[in-house]
Ligand binder design. Structure first.
Ligand code: AMP
Length: 258
């Protein structure tokens, strides 16, 4: 009997449900976890405001055919005196999400390692939407010899291209109408790169477009997809464009293949 784990922070949308669907195709049993992990939020981030919709989450997961839901209270994950964490490097220090959220991946890998070990799962489904996280978690499982295969699932988008995300709930109506520009800008950038444009100049142009449309950009980067290292010479490797930008008080992230 093979088991797939789908770790989430709840506030479930069709992106999460796609992970469940892929889990059901990959394994005989799917376990979904719902846990808003305080360790991956820095002081001043949105831990308290993070949307919590546990009742409807459970209904959605039941309808999707999940076999087990694990939604532990805080103390079950972090008993008093908890003081151990996973230390990460490599893709976790790529200078992308980690640049503005320096403790994020330590928090993520610690809770994910605990969940992998507790669940003893054969597979774990992670979204490409959080591309750096997918790479970090894959490496963590391999490096720590945890026998769980991490499987990446392509990003689920709204019809207008916006990547589905629990934090999209923070967007005002006006911001929601601007938000798909992030994906569109990355698509233009990918086309430019495929057409042989200079990467630095093309990234600067993308940032300018985002700024003109009201985004405050954290980063727009082109990286080697597998390792997230910067692209040094003319690449044989597959490339990935990754971006993060603020729209008002909402931080959006997205990425696409070149
Ligand atoms: P979260 O609840 O935001 O921590 O996400 C839980 C899992 O769902 C992570 O593996 C995410 O990458 C994945 N996920 C979130 N949004 C999407 C999406 N739009 N498409 C695919 N996977 C997603």
């Amino acid at each position: 009997m093979r088991t797939a784990l789908v770790p989430t922070m709840g506030a479930l949308h069709n992106g999460h449900l796609r992970l469940v669907e892929m889990g059901l195709r990959t394994a005989d049993r799917v376990v979904t976890t719902i846990f808003v992990n305080p360790q991956q939020f820095a002081p001043g981030e949105d831990l308290d405001a993070y949307p919590r919709t546990e009742k409807s989450d459970v209904e959605k997961l039941r309808a999707a055919g999940v076999h087990l839901i694990f939604a532990p209270p805080l103390l079950e994950m972090y008993q008093e005196g908890f003081c151990t964490s996973v230390s990460t490097a490599g893709p976790a220090k790529a200078g992308l999400e980690d640049k503005s959220r320096p403790h994020f991946f330590e928090g993520v890998t610690t809770v994910v390692a605990k969940l992998f070990i507790a669940a003893g799962c054969d597979y774990a489904m992670f979204g490409e939407k959080d591309f750096q996280q997918l790479k970090v978690v894959t490496k963590m499982a391999r490096d720590l010899s945890i026998p769980t295969s991490v499987i990446g699932v392509p990003t689920v988008r709204a019809d207008d291209g916006l990547a589905l995300a629990s934090r999209n709930a923070y967007l005002s109506e006006e911001q929601r109408s601007i938000a798909p520009m992030l994906h569109q800008t990355l698509q233009h950038l990918a086309t430019d790169i495929r057409n042989g444009k200079n990467m630095t100049r093309a990234c600067s142009a993308a940032k300018k477009t985002l700024k003109q449309n009201g985004f405050k950009t954290d980063y727009v980067e082109i990286r080697v997809a597998e390792t997230l290292e910067p692209v040094k010479s003319v690449p044989e490797a597959e490339l990935r464009i990754l971006a993060a930008a603020w729209l008002g008080k909402t931080r959006l992230i997205d990425n696409i293949a070149v």
